[in-house]
Design a protein around this ligand. Structure first.
Ligand SMILES: NC(=O)c1ccc[n+]([C@@H]2O[C@H](COP(=O)([O-])OP(=O)(O)OC[C@H]3O[C@@H](n4cnc5c(N)ncnc54)[C@H](O)[C@@H]3O)[C@@H](O)[C@H]2O)c1
Ligand SMILES: [Zn+2]
Length: 370
């Protein structure tokens, strides 16, 4: 049953995000309501296919859709031009034309990759996002950013391409590994710090319930995050200004991810550590009161992130920061919290302070700094 709907307002590209549980039976009828083409290709990975592919295919077939599926291996390294090429070939061999739809069934990796395919295959086909990780349900499936990685940087090749609708079935979280729930909660806490002190307080009070996937709190979290993201995307679809505030934790986070060659830390974990580092920077610059910093860090630390032994040197992390496409002319740009619910864009952060923030994070994670 659909329990909530949140609309992303983008003129004639507006679309709804539907939330509920055990939603599969209503998927095909919703496709019909939205006038989705009969020819549908589901893109997913092996972990997700095991649980969710057959029911979705059967539901679509039952309602007379012409369905094919492409199943790829899991993992961030699938977000590549090589994998995109293999997918284009598969679509061409299947005879998929312009009047067709791609269903991205999976986490952020599938959403970004299948979204990129939908944006580019034959100059664009219909896209539906069916996110199956907490991170993708609260963040990546909404907003239209699609991309693949380049060996020199993450998400370097991509587009803004909005889906026709987003389908968030909380039931899929039941099979998600605990580590992935933590990743999603990194982005969830980000919304609290950046936009909404009340939501942050809710998360502080309910974190244990959310970790246990208690349905009412999960729905509240999914819906509130999407509401906040929908607002930002409606105001600033192409990240000319406001949308950049969503990058709190991401300047250090992306650099940590890159420094670990995308193998050691997952995106959400890296963002979580990045938020701790950037909150430290904000405190040291006198922008964030120490008690608020403490509150942020204490809450983030309730989510376990393991740092592998001696994986990160400060210099490697700093080098990765210079490659981040969000840096302005080689200078890293930081989104720093100044109180709960408000952040400030800061372009000037001294390198020694960045280094101290990394030592602080590595220290908290129970490891030496280098
Ligand atoms: N486009 C955006 O705006 C945006 C925003 C944030 C992150 N991202 C991107 O999202 C990606 C990370 O996404 P993610 O954290 O969802 O990771 P992911 O897509 O790699 O999924 C994590 C793991 O969980 C498995 N999985 C997914 N759903 C499952 C389920 N329901 N049950 C069991 N296993 C399941 C996957 O196979 C994978 O192994 C990164 O590439 C990041 O750059 C994009
Ligand atoms: Zn992120």
């Amino acid at each position: 049953m659909i329990q909530r709907q949140i609309d992303v307002s983008l003129g004639d590209r507006s679309y709804p995000v539907y939330f509920g549980s055990e939603l599969t039976a209503s998927f095909a009828p919703t496709c019909q309501q939205h006038g989705i083409p009969r020819r549908i290709v589901i893109v997913t990975d092996t972990n997700i296919a095991r649980h969710y592919l057959a029911p979705l295919e059967n539901n679509l077939k039952h309602f007379d859709f012409d369905v094919s599926s492409v199943v790829i291996p899991p993992g961030e390294n699938q977000k590549s031009l090589q994998r995109a090429h293999v997918l284009y070939t598969a679509l061409l061999k299947l005879g998929v034309g312009r009047k067709s739809a791609i269903v991205a069934l999976g986490g952020g990796v599938i959403g970004d990759l299948a979204g990129f395919i939908a944006a580019t295959y034959q100059r664009g086909v219909t896209l539906i996002q069916v996110p199956t990780t907490l991170l993708s349900q609260v963040d990546s499936s909404v907003g239209g950013k699609v991309a693949v990685n380049h060996p020199l940087g993450k998400n370097m090749i991509g587009a803004f391409y909005q889906p026709k609708f987003v389908w968030v079935d909380a039931e899929t979280l039941r099979t998600l590994p605990a580590r992935e729930i933590v990743c999603g909660l990194g982005e969830v806490l980000k919304y609290g710090v950046v936009f909404d002190a009340e939501f942050f307080a809710y998360l502080e009070a309910n974190l244990d319930n959310i970790l246990k996937l208690e349905p009412a709190s999960v729905l509240h979290v999914q819906a509130r995050c999407c509401e906040l993201k929908a607002h930002v995307v409606s105001e600033d679809e192409r990240e000319q200004g406001l949308r950049a505030v969503l990058n709190y934790g991401h300047t250090v986070g992306h650099a940590l991810e890159a420094a670990g060659h995308y193998r050691i830390l997952k995106h959400g974990e890296a963002v979580l550590l990045g938020m701790i580092a950037e909150s430290f920077i904000a405190r040291e610059m006198g922008l964030l009161p120490p008690d608020v910093h403490e509150r942020i860090v204490q809450t983030l630390r309730r989510l376990p992130v393991k740092l592998a032994r001696s994986s990160f040197s400060s210099s490697r992390v700093l080098k990765a920061m210079a490659f981040d496409k969000k840096s302005v002319e080689g200078k890293a740009r930081f989104i720093l919290p100044i109180r709960l619910g408000e952040v400030q864009v800061v372009d000037e952060v001294d390198v020694p302070l960045i280094q101290s923030s990394l030592r602080y994070v590595f220290g908290l994670a129970g490891k030496g700094s280098q």
